[in-house]
Design a protein around this ligand. Sequence first.
Ligand SMILES: CSCCC(=O)C(=O)COP(=O)(O)O
Ligand SMILES: [Mg+2]
Length: 261
Amino acid sequence: MATVSIPACTSALLLDIEGTTTPITFVKDILFPYIREHLEDYLSTHWEEDECKQDVHLLKKQIEEDMKQNRSCPVHAVDQTVHTDEEKAIREVVDNVLWQMAADRKSTALKQLQGHMWRSAYSSGRIKGEVYQDVIPSIKRWKGQGLKVFIYSSGSVEAQKLLFGYSVEGDVLDLFDGHFDTTIGAKVEGKSYERIAERIGCPPEEITFLTDVTREAKAAEEAGANVVVVVRPGNMELTDDERSHYNLITSFSQLELTGRV
Ligand SMILES: CSCCC(=O)C(=O)COP(=O)(O)O
Ligand SMILES: [Mg+2]
């Protein structure tokens, strides 16, 4: 198995989740169907609670933003089962969330709500966060070599903490030095990686970002970070150009830290 060296100046590893630490199938076949199945019930049960009100408020702001950009959710014909104003409002939120999910949108509003909904699924043991077998031993090795390890995912920080706090490997949250989500900026924007470097307290050049998505890799590179593209079963196919441009790994165990034992 070929090794890939990361620069000697690296002080922090920044890890994507879906397609990098975790199979895409876990997100698409377990996490997202859970939301679709429980959305209406969840909203009806928690509608009057502050957290749910904030989630709905954020979604409404996103809808306004989408309308300004001519990206509006299709409005469905009035459903005969909807009677009260509350039921109508819930139905609008359900339609919007399902529409955003069908497009695999990474909006902060959608991701915040999803994170809150997964809480009881994880804490009841119904869902356990999947992590590839090479991930935890590699992170432990990197930490032993003095590196810091951070997560940057479109999934909310709360959703990230649930996944690693209730993972198939147990609670592994102690391994991480911090978490970032889209509240710092979109993963496809260079500025987000500059802000992350500032928050970590190192120049972008000291960060190595591991991701499966080349648009994210490009943005991180633009900010000056070192990038490694992770190839896992079911990830998006890379073009020949992308294959030759990026350092590729199929397992975290291939990463070698130059000049470190
Ligand atoms: C953090 S668990 C939820 C996964 C998710 O909703 C998501 O959008 C994953 O995106 P990523 O940036 O980790 O590829
Ligand atoms: Mg990903």
